[in-house]
Ligand binder design. Structure first.
Ligand SMILES: Nc1ncnc2c1ncn2[C@@H]1O[C@H](COP(=O)(O)OP(=O)(O)O)[C@@H](O)[C@H]1O
Ligand SMILES: [Mg+2]
Length: 280
């Protein structure tokens, strides 16, 4: 089923000279872990702003075409309603955390949409369990680490039970180990079907590619490739896009250029190991 559908959508910010999103045709389906990549300034953040109505309702500008979230046109349906379908977590969770303590933070969203107390209580418990933050329950957001803040931000979005959750560079402020933990947590949430679809904007392709079902590649406001992860990373457009190509991909790409290797480029350490074994 299509959760989000872009129909020939273009957008230009009021202050800007050029369109930042150009002729976007895109279907986001359920059950996918989707990586959105592209170099800085290519339009990733703008694209996800258009997925929950922030564009055009909060960021004004010139629009062509339409975006539908579960059939609702993002031009007409308020962002407060769309946020029940699409949760967006930003790069810096600190700015998103506003309550006195972690438990209140998670309760904030459901309270605002009038969820009854007993249901809210069970939602809070579940979200705390999934994100493994029981020990942080009574702590203030500023008392906890970046990785913990990111977990709290995820728990508070999960409490709203959206079908789609979008992360705009969730690990950019984290060390590599915490980054891997957060991305694996997201995958677990998807596999346990707590969320239908997860879209992640992430620069560290080496840690996110192994988790991705689909990759969307954006360049100068256009989607230049979209499909199954192996399909996209094996394509010229991806390899020449200027994004951070993971080491395992670039090594095999070089071997391929020298006709030492033919086949599909690997997207994970596991696949790389298997390939190396098969070459021996
Ligand atoms: N609020 C805004 N007003 C005007 N221009 C913006 C705004 N936000 C982003 N842009 C411009 O849109 C382009 C795409 O930016 P963005 O969507 O943030 O890309 P990315 O997330 O891939 O780095 C950039 O040229 C950026 O300067
Ligand atoms: Mg961005």
């Amino acid at each position: 089923m299509n959760l989000i559908k872009f129909e020939d959508f273009s957008f230009k910010y009021d202050q800007a000279q050029d369109f930042v999103l150009k002729d976007i045709k895109l279907n986001i389906e359920s059950g996918k872990f989707i990586l959105l990549c592209g170099i800085t300034g290519s339009g990733k953040t703008s694209l996800v702003r258009a997925m929950n109505g922030l564009i055009p309702q909060f960021y004004h500008g010139e629009i062509k075409g339409d975006v539908f979230v579960k059939g609702k046109n993002t031009k007409n349906v308020p962002t407060s309603t769309l946020s029940r379908d699409v949760g967006l977590v930003f790069q810096n969770p600190e700015n998103q955390l506003i309550a006195m303590n972690v438990e209140r933070e998670i309760a904030f969203g459901p309270e605002n949409i009038g969820i009854p107390w007993d249901e809210m209580d069970s939602r809070i418990k579940e979200c705390i369990k999934i994100t493994d933050i029981e020990h942080l329950r009574k702590k203030a957001p500023f008392e906890i680490s970046g990785g913990e803040q990111q977990r709290v931000a995820i728990a508070s979005i999960l409490a709203l039970q959206p079908e789609i959750i979008i992360f705009d560079e969730p690990t950019s402020l984290l060390d590599p180990k915490s980054a891997i933990q957060i991305l694996n947590l997201l995958k677990k949430i998807l596999l346990e079907k707590k969320i239908s679809t997860i879209i992640v904007i992430e620069h560290r392709l080496d840690i996110v590619l192994p988790l991705a079902d689909e990759v969307i590649l954006i360049d100068k406001g256009r989607i230049i490739e979209h499909g199954e992860a192996h399909y996209v990373i094996n394509g010229e457009k991806f390899l020449n896009s200027g994004v951070n190509i993971p080491k395992c991909v670039s090594v095999f790409q070089k071997l391929m250029n020298q006709n030492i290797f033919t086949g599909k480029l690997p997207i994970s350490i596991e696949e790389t190991k298997n390939l190396i074994n098969s070459i021996k």
